[in-house]
Design a protein. Structure first.
Length: 360
């Protein structure tokens, strides 16, 4: 898989394809061939709530829900790791098709899936951008690319199509005065996040999308220059993605859902208020315990949780800020009905969690 690139695609070709994929996902989810959720429905009313929540992780990183479990915030609720994913849209489609119970993605991808009819709902913000944690779009130091217009005909590496990076790139190009036809000539190439830096330095792409610890590790090596950042384009800080649960899961497992969502909220505030060195040490501990043959080397570059809202609580603007992009991409045609997109009902965190007391 290393350095394998998918064929470049025009930036505007993804909306319909994603919506079609989402419809297929919904069809599978509603066909009655799902796993635990379908079995629970067949068992009838009165069945106890599930206490094992299936999820997907990401290699060499630690998810908020994993931090919540390790810190004991999930009580008797346990996590079951199913697989790793590098794609938010794939993660939430897995929830819609009952392959997992909890997944997370960029807000625009969440909107796309729900607008296509998927029976899921956003329950908490799980990632965002601030002055310390953001996504940058990088070129090599000596690259002639300086402006948005210089991107016409060039290749930009992104982790997936139809999600956060495409929305920011499209917004940046539009704000910079490029026409719709010119924007179509900017090519997005899917590259796994862990391979983006290599692809950029080997000139397989012209621009690399880097965020979090992968960004900081690449900058530490030198020779890269930020062309633009999502915080500068959108304005920050802002929340950019949500964890989702299936509607049937929420209905049948309200207490488990409250424990899960509130536990993540506590983990957000723990990361926000705990000294950086302790947070990194906790990440390293979690990666070591889960035994997935991963590297913890990049974790030393972690800076902040990134989530802008207290306890990850969702608000309308988390969704409406992407309305122009979604309309221009043909995902929505009118105003968003945010009431069907999210709920804070299961987030019971009222006061910030205090920083952990150092041991010893």
């Amino acid at each position: 898989m290393k350095n394998r690139l998918q064929p470049a695609r025009a930036i505007r070709t993804t909306g319909t394809a994603f919506a079609a994929a989402a419809v297929v996902a919904v069809t599978v989810a509603l066909s009655g061939c799902g796993g635990p959720a379908a079995a629970e429905k067949a068992a009838g009313e009165g069945r106890s709530e599930v206490k094992t929540v299936r999820y997907q992780g990401s290699p060499n990183t630690v998810a908020l829900v994993e931090v919540a479990e390790d810190l004991g915030y999930l009580g008797d609720v346990k996590l079951e790791w199913v697989s790793n994913t590098t794609s938010g849209p794939q993660s939430i489609q897995s929830v819609a098709t009952d392959q997992t119970d909890m997944g997370g993605a960029f807000t625009g991808a969440v909107i796309k899936l729900i607008e296509a009819g998927a029976p899921v709902k956003a329950v908490i913000n799980y990632y965002g951008e601030d002055k310390e944690t953001f996504t940058g779009y990088y070129v090599e130091e000596g690259s002639p690319i300086r402006t948005a217009r210089d991107l016409i005909g060039k290749k930009i590496a992104v982790n997936t199509l139809g999600a956060h990076h495409e929305a920011v790139i499209t917004t940046h190009l539009k704000n910079s005065g490029l026409t719709a036809e010119e924007i179509k000539q900017v090519q997005l190439v899917v590259v796994p996040p862990n391979e983006t830096e290599v692809a950029l330095r080997k000139k397989q792409v012209d621009v690399g999308t880097l965020g979090g610890v992968l960004q900081d590790r690449a900058l530490a090596e030198g020779g890269l220059r930020a062309l633009f950042t999502d915080v500068a384009v959108i304005g920050g800080p802002f929340d950019a993605g949500q964890y989702v649960l299936r509607n049937d899961f929420l209905a049948r497992n309200p207490e488990t859902s409250r424990t899960l969502v509130t536990g993540v909220a506590k983990a957000i505030e723990w990361q926000r208020s705990t000294p950086r060195e302790q947070v990194i040490a906790k990440f390293e501990e979690i990666i070591a315990k889960r035994g997935r043959n991963e590297s913890a080397e990049a974790l030393k570059y972690w800076k902040s949780v990134g989530v802008a809202s207290p306890g990850g609580r969702i608000q309308d603007t988390d969704f409406t800020r992407w309305a122009d992009y979604l309309k221009s991409s043909g995902i929505i045609s009118g105003d968003l009905d945010t009431s069907k997109l999210y709920t804070n009902e299961f987030n019971l965190l009222e006061a910030p969690v205090q920083a952990a007391t150092p041991k010893g």
